[in-house]
Design a protein. Structure first.
Length: 166
């Protein structure tokens, strides 16, 4: 399997995972949901743009259309870890329904500014060692933190990756 195919599969999984919290709240009525995205790179990075395209496509396949029932607010770390906390605070101040974050530093910065907004995180090598989740067996025991490969029936989260708005 090539790196491009693995990346596309990964981004598709990520799109479904980011939609879980939105689908859980969709029964509250038809309002525009808000996704915050915190990435460590820059907006003009071609790799991030390709990943974002796949993310938007995966959301669209689940019925989440930007401008119709979902809004996405992007924040870019631009590799400046010293500014991550301010960037995270700015993103959380927009009151997203869920935040998608990449990397331990971005997730850690978000953890310092919110414990109530669900965070779907990727590219974190050791979430327990990095103090992002209490345990791999019960990641949802840590408020607001959900990893697409760690959510289980034990966590009490009953949404599926294929949940759709409405």
């Amino acid at each position: 399997m090539t790196a491009k195919v693995r990346r596309r599969s990964f981004i598709t999984l990520l799109g479904g995972a980011a939609a879980w919290p939105l689908a859980a709240r969709a029964q509250q009525g038809e309002r525009v949901r808000r996704i915050g995205v915190f990435m460590p790179g820059t907006a003009d990075d071609s790799e991030y743009q390709a990943g974002n395209g796949a993310f938007l496509q995966a959301l669209g396949e689940l019925g989440w259309i930007v401008g119709r029932n979902v809004r996405i607010d992007y924040r870019w770390g631009a590799g400046d870890v010293d500014r991550y906390r301010a960037t995270a605070a700015n993103l959380v101040s927009l009151a997203p329904d869920v935040v998608l974050a990449e990397g331990t530093a971005a997730v850690s910065a978000l953890q310092k500014v919110t414990r109530s907004v669900p965070i779907v995180f990727v590219d974190v090598v050791d979430p327990v060692g990095g103090s992002l989740v209490a345990s791999l067996a019960r990641p949802a025991a840590t408020p607001g933190f959900y990893h697409p490969n760690l959510v289980s029936a034990e966590s009490g989260w009953s949404c599926s990756r294929t949940s759709r708005p409405g």
